[in-house]
Design a protein around this ligand. Structure first.
Ligand SMILES: [Zn+2]
Ligand SMILES: [Zn+2]
Length: 341
């Protein structure tokens, strides 16, 4: 290993998954991790708060690692290198995202779908993430962040942005197509900016006046309630809200040949679909699973080119629990970001 590292740090850990209101996480003193061969040790400066962190903390996702430290939208500086790292240097700004490992050899990896790798590992679920002063990342899964954006602006791009972009790709919006976004939080408001820059007409369908106002400010053509009908049939739709009840609603809003892409990692049960009203005319329902590193790099370049800017809500790292509670209660628009001063 080259570089310096202190012995201990403060880090949030999930003690026992449960309702976020009951405080299932605590902020503890832990050993600073040592970077394994091929890994970077990163001093965290900003970490975005993702709905997946809420699912990990509340137990909607099964425990993969006891007392895990959540957080997978990390921006920080490389402070030490594990053995065999040649492509990064101490002092570089990097991003740490959700996808942390794939085997590279399975049928999915070999055909370019590493997001489907059955042996994949995830930051802040299988391995400790960025709600901490320090975290590690395999160099092969880090993102170089040489963009003219602040740490706080960049953090939400690393999951909310990348996953929203994958969902947009899966929605196959035709040129100048009509795109409906169901739910308008961290991921949707970044996805909307890319879709609009690429020529789509965006309709936001979401609860909450503030979210609808934000959608209109960002250039959406209309904003209405999640269960309302959009003003015109949709070529494509993305379901960001983790609400299965909205699947038939969105399917009915699709035009012939339309595609609904479901962005979340967790969705409440989908009610029965009526074949004639909700699927016939070659309408398609697609899920979105994680992302490839190619998606991530492509999105970050587009975000820089289109000047995609996250609406951020900043909390000191010590208030991570509050940030998760506020996310669940819908107390802010855009993306929460935890920072070390
Ligand atoms: Zn694989
Ligand atoms: Zn995430």
């Amino acid at each position: 290993m080259t570089g310096e590292r202190p012995e201990t740090m403060r880090a949030w850990v999930v003690d026992e998954p449960g309702p976020i209101e009951s405080g299932p996480l605590s902020y503890e003193e832990k050993a600073v991790p040592a970077p394994a061969p091929g890994e970077l040790l990163v001093r965290v400066s900003a970490c975005g708060v993702c709905r997946t962190d809420l699912h990990v903390s509340e137990g909607d996702l099964p425990v993969h690692r006891e007392h895990v430290t959540p957080g997978h939208m990390v921006v920080g500086l490389v402070v030490a290198l594990g053995d065999d790292v040649t492509e990064y240097a101490v002092g570089e700004r990097v991003g740490v995202a959700w996808l942390r490992y794939v085997d590279g050899t399975c049928r999915f990896c070999r055909r370019g779908n590493e997001n489907l790798c059955p042996n994949s590992l995830y930051t802040g679920w299988d391995v400790d993430g960025g709600y901490a002063e320090y975290t590690t990342v395999p160099a092969a899964f880090a993102y170089r962040l040489g963009f003219d954006m602040s740490d706080v602006e960049l953090a939400p791009l690393l999951c909310a942005g990348i996953i929203g972009y994958r969902a947009l790709l899966r929605a196959s919006v035709p040129e100048h197509g009509r795109l409906g976004l169901y739910g308008f939080g961290d991921s949707a408001h970044l996805c909307a900016q890319v879709a609009i820059a690429q020529g789509a007409t965006v309709h936001a369908l979401t609860r909450g006046d503030r979210a609808r106002r934000l959608a209109l400010e960002l250039g959406a053509a209309s904003a209405a309630g999640a269960y309302d009908s959009p003003p015109e049939p949709l070529d494509s739709a993305i379901l960001f809200a983790p609400v299965g009840d909205l699947v038939p609603v969105a399917m009915r809003a699709l035009d012939r040949g339309g595609i609904l892409s479901v962005a979340g990692i967790h969705l409440s049960d989908v009610p029965n679909l009526n074949y004639e009203r909700e699927l016939f005319y070659e309408r398609e329902l697609r899920s979105v699973t994680s992302n490839t590193r190619h998606d991530g790099r492509e999105f970050l370049e587009l975000a820089a080119r289109y000047q995609v800017r996250a609406r951020t809500h900043v909390y000191p790292m010590a208030q991570a629990l509050q940030a998760l509670q506020d996310l669940k209660a819908g107390r802010f628009e855009g993306a929460a970001v935890l920072v070390y001063e």
